[in-house]
Ligand binder design. Sequence first.
Ligand code: PLP
Length: 399
Amino acid sequence: MKINENYKNLEESYLFSTIAKKVDEYTKAHPEAKVIKMGIGDVTLPICQKAADAFAKAAMEQGKAATFHGYGPEQGYDFLRVAVQKYYASFQVEVAAEDIFISDGAKSDVGNILDLFDADNTVLIPDPVYPVYMDTNVMAGRKIVFMDANVENGFLPMPPKGQKADIIYLCSPNNPTGSVYTKAQLREWVDYALANNAVIIFDAAYEAFITEADLPRSIYLVEGAKKCAIEICSLSKTAGFTGTRCGYTIVPDELIQKDSKGSDVKIADLWNRRQGSKFNGVSYPVQRAAEAVFTPEGQKQTKATIAYYQENARIIAKTCDELGIKYTGGINSPYIWLKSPNGMGSWEFFDYLLNEIQVVGTPGAGFGANGDGWFRLTAFSTHELTAEAMERFKTLFKK
Ligand code: PLP
């Protein structure tokens, strides 16, 4: 037996456990302190009523012989695939229902999709970004080339000149920076991918947070993208499904690559085969709950929840403006990515905020080397706690 030695190359992910440990130690030493957590990217508001009702109804159906559902289609029920298709149509993107694969969330599919690609591929990953892209490729022993995301490029790296790539990760709106690619920028990426026979893995987990109408919520708004891009999305942040688990991955029928003999291979066929062998679908009640999210009432309720978080983001951004703290994000994403004041490193700033004003955020260094000196605050708290945290910022930075 030989283990997968690539796992030894993974960096220990200490980020959230280190944060939890530091907060725990602080709370033990200061039991009276009111710590405000604005670190972890989990939502706080429940799934919308429409989805909760559909979830409960479907759960009851499972308890009666006449309405019981056993194994469902691995790709997801048609009712949900069609609902997602209509959702895309609402922002002028046409996708075939057969190209939509229902998943138990974006994280699984971000990792699982790599089953389709040889280990001998060069992967482009932005730095900083959601750490799962790097880890899943390290596990497979792939060569990773990092792309600098920084102030100069608005945290939106563009195709590197003279660098060939096979697999490209784009996350827009971005976790952690909140930056969003414009359509023109995505056009450049699609052209680059087509020229290099590369596949773009486009993570749109935060698309529902886009407020500026001209920013693309899907890479498929760019012509030709269906020939080179897989889009991965999730109901986690859109509709509070972090604990309910449902997402969808779009693998267009038009996405074709060559095998080693030069024959055409449809990537969707490989994915279909992969899912058929390794996945037994998302539970029926969860898919009914997800379907309800896409009804007009579900959309109304879900949008109200997102608006609630957006108001928190606005409060954070306004405070940063007042205090002269540099930041990005917040307008089209639930994250505010701010520059640690006075040249502090991310962890130094983390300790400073915890000790001085008992506010917890996420050190940017946890998302990649370029994140050092930066800090992520999330809008997923309550209005009251967000406002209080910002008052504490004011007392600290106005000194
Ligand atoms: N993609 C990005 C960019 C994320 O930030 C997250 C979660 O934080 C995910 C995917 C995972 O989403 P899910 O809960 O659907 O697995």
